[in-house]
Design a protein around this ligand. Structure first.
Ligand SMILES: [Zn+2]
Length: 179
């Protein structure tokens, strides 16, 4: 954050009064540029014994498979964001959403919030997807999944299917593994 978002003056890195972290602070208008984690919301969309996967048409991880997910917007709720991403990436409606997996990624400043839900109607490839499809457990392209959070979610889903109990999974993914 080199220049003030409010007035354009070059910022200084300092600990504001009453704070305990370094921030980019404007010496002119005194605006403090707080940086906080971003929320990524997404959907595990289920249809029978299959789940909806999207092949990414964008970087990072172009060509790898993912669940529909993306950054939450300011004017929406978590579940609305997850449903919106599902429309945008997979042209699909998701219903009966239940919060299913939360992943802290402190080294990236991200929190993933993934809902489990049911597919209502059809699907197709949105602008950010090369293709979308419904996959059974034995068809999941495990070696071509885009992110660790996505792989973990799918692993949880098929493990939970066997027990019939779908709890809320909350995990912290640390830097030492690629994601
Ligand atoms: Zn300023």
């Amino acid at each position: 954050m080199g220049y003030c978002l409010q007035c354009g003056t070059k910022t200084r890195i300092e600990v504001p009064k009453g704070d305990n972290r370094e921030r980019a602070v404007c010496p002119n208008c005194h605006y403090i540029h707080y940086e906080n984690p971003k929320i990524i919301c997404g959907s595990l969309v289920v249809s029978g014994d299959k789940i909806l996967l999207c092949k990414r048409a964008i970087e990072p991880r172009y060509g790898y498979w993912t669940l529909p997910a993306g950054f939450m917007e300011l004017d929406e709720t978590l579940d609305q964001g997850a449903a919106r991403e599902t429309v945008e990436e997979a042209q699909a409606l998701v219903i009966n959403q239940k919060l299913y997996c939360i992943y802290n990624l402190p080294y990236l400043g991200q929190v993933y919030m993934l809902f489990r839900g049911e597919l209502d109607g059809g699907y197709g490839a949105g602008d950010e997807s090369l293709e979308c499809g419904l996959y059974r457990e034995d068809q999941i392209p495990w070696d071509e999944l885009a992110f660790r959070s996505i792989r973990r979610t799918i692993e949880h889903y098929y493990a939970d299917r066997k027990t019939g109990h779908f709890g809320l999974h909350v995990e912290t993914l640390s830097r030492k593994f690629e994601d």
